[in-house]
Ligand binder design. Structure first.
Ligand SMILES: [Zn+2]
Length: 305
């Protein structure tokens, strides 16, 4: 059993007008999911940069509509996940789908829009994508600013409403500030910068802060987050897991594949159905109790309630 904290299937469904049971194009589609060991999959709302500001909120709502119309409604064995109990209640044949937000661009300066998204079931607020928004700068923004007063109000709201604050993509300054303020911390898709020097990966200090503040780190399968060589293998990915474990992260690791977020993944780990190859490799290397923690127990234990 696996829980995966991040994929961009909704974005691909929205941008390419494809259904969830499309057989080929999606890394996470109905058939591949059912063949996989993944019990719960998080689906991110990601509104791309090129959408005009005034249209962004309606695109976010469109993706939420796709989530319900194309993923939840047609498949009686897929349940909408909003609480820890929703996960624990899943029957053996059932899977869970959870809504997350990747970047606050779509709310502009209006907190009421975020409150609406939370009412619709969003359980994880990604503070930024790579660029700046009105809450905080992303890691790709040269000035690298931290939280605005809006960003601070977002985190207050997240704490009150008991939802995760996701620090994937955030600037280093924003990271340091948000870590201090958030009750429910996650970096949904990033690896270790000590193992692979990518600006989206976490520095040693950031890893320390996530662990010390009882947050979660979602191991991601994007090729250039795993190795600077051309071909990333599952063994390369295991080096990140070993690093995090040696840093004391046993209770703070989860998976955040980023399927459908890029074209280049670790070999034999480019769609949800290939999670079985990762499971087999984990068994060669780590104890059953560590594998269970990373695969699903840490996520359930940290679920805000
Ligand atoms: Zn991302």
């Amino acid at each position: 059993m696996i829980i995966d904290c991040h994929c961009d299937a909704l974005f691909k469904m929205w941008s390419h007008h494809i259904d969830f049971d499309d057989g080929v194009f999606l890394d996470v589609n109905y058939q591949k999911w059912m063949e996989s060991p993944v019990k719960v999959q998080c689906f991110a709302i990601y509104v791309p940069e090129h959408i005009p500001t005034e249209a962004k909120f309606s695109v976010a709502l469109h993706m939420i509509d796709l989530f319900f119309e194309k993923i939840i409604k047609p498949f009686s064995n897929i349940q909408f996940i909003q609480t820890k109990e929703d996960i624990e209640r899943l029957k053996p044949n059932e899977r869970g789908a959870m809504l997350t937000l990747e970047g606050l661009d779509c709310i502009g300066a209006e907190l009421y829009k975020l409150r609406i998204l939370l009412r619709l079931g969003v359980k994880m607020i990604g503070m930024s994508w790579n660029q700046a928004n009105l809450a905080v700068d992303g890691i790709g923004e040269p000035r690298g600013s931290g939280l605005s007063s809006l960003g601070r109000r977002v985190i207050q709201l997240a704490n009150q409403q008991k939802v995760w604050v996701d620090l994937a993509h955030i600037s280093e300054q924003g990271f340091d500030e948000a870590v201090e303020l958030s009750d429910y911390l996650i970096v949904s898709h990033a690896n270790s910068r000590s193992v692979c020097a990518h600006s989206r990966n976490l520095t040693e200090q950031q890893v320390r802060k996530i662990i010390d503040n009882n947050g979660l780190i979602g191991i991601t399968f994007v090729e250039n987050f795993v190795t600077t060589n051309n071909n990333a293998t599952i063994n390369d990915l295991l080096r990140h897991i070993s690093y995090f474990l040696s840093a004391g992260g046993e209770d703070h690791l989860v998976f955040g594949s980023d399927f459908d977020g890029t074209d280049r993944f670790v070999d034999n780990l480019s769609s949800i159905s290939q999670y079985s190859f990762l499971e087999a490799a984990l068994k060669q290397r780590f104890s059953a109790s560590i594998i269970q923690k990373i695969s699903y127990q840490n996520f359930i234990k940290h679920f805000p309630d």
